[in-house]
Design a binder for this molecule. Structure first.
Ligand SMILES: [Zn+2]
Length: 156
């Protein structure tokens, strides 16, 4: 398939050539004052082969968004991809890839230890009925089991 270059980095990624799970540096932006924002593609599921079910993905998002900030003050945002295969994770002034992997490992171990999902109520969440703590833990466990291959992004 031929495709034209787009305005979005991930649209130009060949999703048939990646091997999930992985953590990929997807972009770096420097501001006028020298602050640097780095964005990572944290891929849990193999594109077009598997995806996360919404309640599990949603609870994993809540848990990771909360716990990751215990391990880094440089996190800007963690958000799910619409294709339900992974998350985007952004940092400010933090460009140490190996440390990002360590932060994710600690965060996901926290998810395994969780006994409830933070903010899953109608005041703090937009779809409070759609959650699964057990589903989130099972996604975290599966991702952690492949910890030693997170840095391998592409097939040869
Ligand atoms: Zn929510």
């Amino acid at each position: 398939m031929t495709k034209e270059k787009t305005n979005v980095e991930s649209f130009d990624l060949d999703h048939t050539k990646v091997v999930a799970p992985y953590v990929r540096l997807a972009g770096v932006k420097e501001g006028e004052k020298g602050d640097v924002v780095t964005k990572y593609d944290v891929r849990f599921k193999q594109p077009n082969k598997a995806h996360m079910e919404m309640p599990a993905l949603h609870s994993l998002e809540h848990l990771m968004a909360d716990r990751i900030r215990n391990h880094s003050t440089k996190v800007i945002d963690l958000s799910p991809m619409g294709c339900q295969t992974g998350f985007y994770l952004s940092f400010i002034n933090h460009n140490d890839y190996e440390d990002v992997l360590d932060i994710l490992e600690k965060t996901l171990n926290d998810v395994l230890a969780a006994t409830s999902v933070p903010a899953c109520n109608e005041v703090q969440c937009g779809w409070a009925a759609s959650h699964s703590l057990e589903g989130a833990k099972s996604l975290a466990k599966e991702f952690l089991e492949k910890r030693n291959t997170w840095h391998i992004v592409f097939t040869e």
